[in-house]
Design a binder for this molecule. Structure first.
Ligand SMILES: Nc1ncnc2c1ncn2[C@@H]1O[C@H](COP(=O)(O)OP(=O)(O)OP(=O)(O)O)[C@@H](O)[C@H]1O
Ligand SMILES: [Mg+2]
Length: 504
């Protein structure tokens, strides 16, 4: 490994009421991958936004040195000029434009006009390097969230960076896409590019990083070679305590069917005359956690969205709740019928940015009450506070605007909102995406308590240990069909994977 290429020295960044970074120093060597880990709200994204020029040199204290030269970035493009490229935690894309245009935006080949031939060829080369099977001409809007994440990485790579920052690049990736990413990082390292890699998935940190820096509450706790750490010491450093038992699951008392779905079909969003969910039927019982496994694109989210009334066009379904037929044509109908839905894309459907935490938490609980119903604000606030505390939402108070929370803390609010409402049937799509290990453990406990209290839970998850450990029963979807069903005792990674690639 080469010389030091990057040093951030004594960086302090404050927001109103929050010290996001407190005298943080890190360094990165040439051709090295530095992992940065820490709880939700620890300051990881903020540190990287300082590095990438999103916050200008007037908005923080401290110094940035690249190749022994002191920098002062007034903008993102200043940072790009010295070779710093960042892939942000939240994907930004022009959905109408093609993959190629998204990748080369601001740098399209040609003079005065765009040389499309070259654009598509250059894009194809980059996609090939990553082993991505996407056509350069595809509109970005047609990509799934994993492909969008990989596209953002290709976009950063197209600029030939010296230092590449990846802020939770794998939250929407499947296992095989993670392999693609890891290979790609290996190659970057070989070619002497340095990387900063942020992830809550500690196995990725151990797999790819040379060194790691732990941040807690805006302070560097320690930095060292990855070989100096194991899972336990890393977690302990991140959250300042041990997580004894990650997956808490008691034996649930499983009762009568609460939700029965028959002949559910959902048309494919981009392919004509094809169903993304193709005539599936399943039942969930009182107090049961039903896991839905499968690959991204198997139709899992669409199935939940269609039952919930979010997708209606061309959908066929027969739904019974507590033995009675119900008609659900909108999310409002679904909520009335006793269903809750924690969606995968929190930005789109999860919360209202311009409201504070308390308002967001109370949103759904209040919304279907009769008009003249007396709302006991005090009880509401106490309930919200209990969830706020339990999930360890990192914010000065419940009056903090949700838009100012870190990614993982926003996710906690979205979950909390539905826990407040306490529906009889709860759909959860990729629940712990972007959530730190401590909050994850707490969330699993809550899920277990809900099931014990008789709530029926349907959970879509691509996280195998989570799916296997938390579900009473698992069904697997592949290409819109149910290709496997396993009891908690039977469930094993190999058989689930086998079912996930059946019917292809
Ligand atoms: N624009 C902002 N205004 C006010 N506070 C902010 C703003 N951006 C970040 N913060 C606060 O700064 C702290 C650090 O946030 P940051 O996004 O860096 O966390 P993180 O480590 O990336 O967490 P996560 O794992 O959830 O992504 C948090 O308390 C957050 O609420
Ligand atoms: Mg972050």
């Amino acid at each position: 490994m080469g010389d030091t290429i990057l040093e951030m020295k004594h960086v302090t960044k404050k927001f109103p009421g929050v010290i996001a970074l407190n005298d943080v120093s890190i360094d990165v060597k040439k051709g090295e991958i530095l992992g940065i880990v820490g709880e939700n709200g620890a300051g990881k994204s903020t540190l990287m936004k300082v590095l990438s020029g999103s916050y200008t040199n007037k908005e923080y204290e401290g110094e940035i040195w690249v190749n022994g030269e002191k920098q002062s970035f007034g903008s993102v493009s200043d940072a790009k000029k010295v070779g710093i490229e960042m892939v942000y935690q939240e994907v930004n894309a022009m959905y109408e434009a093609s993959v190629a245009e998204n990748i080369f935006v601001g740098n399209l080949p040609g003079k005065g006009w765009v040389d499309y031939k070259k654009l598509y060829k250059d894009t194809q080369d980059l996609l090939d390097q990553l082993g991505l099977q996407i056509s350069p001409k595809t509109p970005a809007g047609a990509l799934n969230s994993g492909q969008l994440q990989l596209m953002s990485i290709v976009r950063a790579m197209a600029a030939h960076p010296k230092i590449m920052v990846l802020d939770e690049p794998s939250t929407a990736l499947t296992d095989s896409e993670v392999d693609i990413l890891m290979n790609f990082l290996e190659n970057l390292r070989k070619s002497g590019v340095s990387c900063i890699y942020i992830s809550h998935k500690l196995e990725e940190i151990f797999r790819i990083c040379d060194r790691v820096t732990i941040i807690r509450d805006g302070n560097v706790i320690t930095s060292g070679d990855i070989s100096e750490f194991n899972q336990e010491t890393l977690v302990q450093g991140m959250i300042g305590r041990k997580v004894e038992n990650m997956y808490v699951k008691s034996k649930h008392e499983i009762g009568e069917p609460t939700l029965e779905v028959k002949h559910l079909s959902v048309p494919h969003p981009t392919i004509d005359n094809r169903n993304i969910v193709d005539d599936i039927s399943f039942t969930v019982r009182k107090g049961e956690i039903l896991g839905i496994g499968g690959l991204v694109g198997a139709g899992r989210s669409e199935a939940l969205g269609a039952i919930f009334g979010e997708l209606v066009q061309g959908v066929h379904k027969e739904v019974k709740i507590n033995g009675k037929e119900v008609t659900i044509n909108s999310p409002k109908d679904a909520i009335k019928a006793g269903i809750g839905f924690v969606t995968e894309e929190r930005k789109r459907t999860g919360f209202i940015q311009t409201m504070n935490i308390l308002q967001n938490l109370s949103l759904i609980s209040l919304y279907d009450l009769p008009k003249k119903y007396f709302i006991d604000r005090k009880v509401e606030n106490e309930k919200a506070k209990a969830i706020f505390d339990r999930m360890r939402v990192k914010a000065p108070s419940m009056n903090t605007m949700v838009v100012n929370l870190s990614g993982g803390n926003q996710q906690k609010v979205v979950l909390g909102k539905w826990l407040m409402k306490n529906p009889q049937i709860l759909f959860i799509d990729e629940p712990t995406k972007g959530i730190d290990v401590g909050a994850k453990a707490e969330f699993y406990k809550m899920m277990d308590e809900l099931a014990n209290a008789g709530v029926s839970i349907v959970m879509v998850s691509s996280d195998m240990p989570e799916l296997i450990s938390m579900s009473d029963r698992i069904i697997v979807l592949s290409n819109g069909k149910i290709t496997g069903e396993f009891s908690h005792e039977e469930a094993a990674q190999a058989s689930i994977m086998k079912a996930a690639i059946a019917n292809q």
